[in-house]
Design a binder for this molecule. Structure first.
Ligand SMILES: [Zn+2]
Length: 395
């Protein structure tokens, strides 16, 4: 394999505590990296860098691992800007609008879904996302959820079955039948096409008992578990996620002291989605409280048409710093290594030796500029597997 030396790195963030300054950020100044086609093969001070097949001077720019966006709903049709305008005029979000996206998504052709989802993926990738998770959840029929997962699988290997996003209108009078469908026939059809199962466990969505039924069945099909929990109000979603040893519980907006303690004492990642609160005008979750307790925190976009049409991880990072009391370094770690933890991945979100060669070159001397400057500071995105955002979908 050919090797490439990148030197002239003013500040390198590796998220590998065995590298550099010994902090969680694994930081080096005046650094160099050597990559082969797939992975990082050397990291260290530039003056100690061995020879490589080619060399490139980054001219005093900072380098960070590619962002890991561990929570997106990219596969959907239509848009709901009118709902956003109504909310700005004072109407609160109650979760009911998902039905509109379900109708639009069911009516779209597979090609339309592919092109729309791939377009959103390209925006995320241009902004530095090199690994992303994509959920189904806007068709809510056996055939439709399979179709959405097949679209998602063209974009990423981190595919999540979210048949339990909302109870569709045709089951409004018999939600037990829908839960049985999701945990039965739908799961059987979808499990081979997904790595993860997720449930929207909240007020107006699925109860804790329903979520437990679905997630327990999903685990029996070999899927990893994730949960939308405690977004719209206090509840037992976080407790259930910890009980089931889910990889991640996402939103965590309304947490009791017991929830915080449970997360801190578990391997379940608290994935915070600051775009959702910014978009809906609700109170942001307190990352500070979770971090001070010792919980692992990730940041993601929650890109979806109803509550967070966000296609920029940098913006999520700004919001986390300004609204959720995270330091710039904590936010950067959460958006890279934290997202990787939430997906149980050790090969991404880090730039130690052996990590995937996915990185972002900043047009800035320090990574803190991601939060310090309101604007795009991303110079270039490099990935091990072709250009960022590459998929089998034509542009
Ligand atoms: Zn979500």
């Amino acid at each position: 394999m050919t090797t490439r030396l990148l030197y002239g790195i003013s500040e390198l963030t590796t998220n590998d505590p065995t590298v550099g300054d010994g902090s969680a950020m694994g930081r080096l100044t005046d650094a160099a990296l050597i990559l082969d086609e797939e992975a990082v093969v050397w990291v260290g001070p530039a003056e100690e860098a061995p020879a490589a097949d080619s060399a490139r001077d980054l001219g005093g720019r900072a380098v960070i691992p590619g962002f890991v966006d561990s929570h997106t709903h990219l596969v959907f049709a239509g848009e709901r800007s009118d709902e956003f305008e109504a909310r700005l005029a004072g109407r609160p979000y109650d979760g009911g609008g998902i039905g509109r996206t379900v109708a639009a998504t069911r009516a779209a052709s597979p090609e339309e879904l592919l092109v729309a989802a791939a377009g959103r993926q390209r925006l995320l990738a241009r902004g530095g996302v090199t690994t992303l998770e994509v959920k189904s959840g806007y068709e809510l029929t056996v055939e439709g959820e399979v179709r959405s997962l097949e679209v998602a699988a063209l974009l990423t290997e981190e595919v999540t079955f979210l048949g339990a996003h909302v109870v569709p209108a045709e089951f409004a009078q018999d939600r037990d039948a829908y839960v049985a469908l999701v945990a039965g026939e739908m799961l059987t059809a979808c499990a081979p096409r997904a790595r993860w199962a997720d449930v929207f466990c909240d007020t107006g969505a699925f109860s804790v008992d329903e979520a437990r039924t679905i997630l327990t069945a999903a685990r029996q099909h070999g899927l990893g578990l994730r949960l939308h929990g405690n977004q719209l109000g206090p509840g037992s979603g976080v407790a259930l996620a910890v009980e089931l040893q889910a990889a991640s519980v996402d939103h965590c907006t309304h947490l009791s002291d017991d929830d915080v303690a449970a997360l801190a004492g578990s391997a379940t990642v608290a994935t915070l989605l600051p775009g959702a609160e910014f978009f809906s005008g609700g109170p942001p979750p307190s990352a500070r409280r979770l971090l001070d307790a010792g919980a692992t925190v990730a940041l993601a976009t929650d890109c979806n048409p109803g509550t967070s049409y966000l296609t920029s991880m940098t913006t999520a990072l700004w919001l986390a710093v300004r609204e959720m009391q995270m330091t710039p370094d904590e936010a950067l770690w959460a958006a890279t290594a934290g997202g990787a933890r939430a997906l149980c991945r050790s090969d991404v979100g880090v730039l130690g030796v052996g990590a995937r060669a996915d990185l972002v070159i900043l047009d800035a001397p320090r990574a803190a500029h991601l939060a310090y400057r309101f604007g795009d500071v991303i110079e270039e995105v490099m990935t091990a597997h072709g250009p960022p955002g590459a998929s089998r979908v034509p542009a």
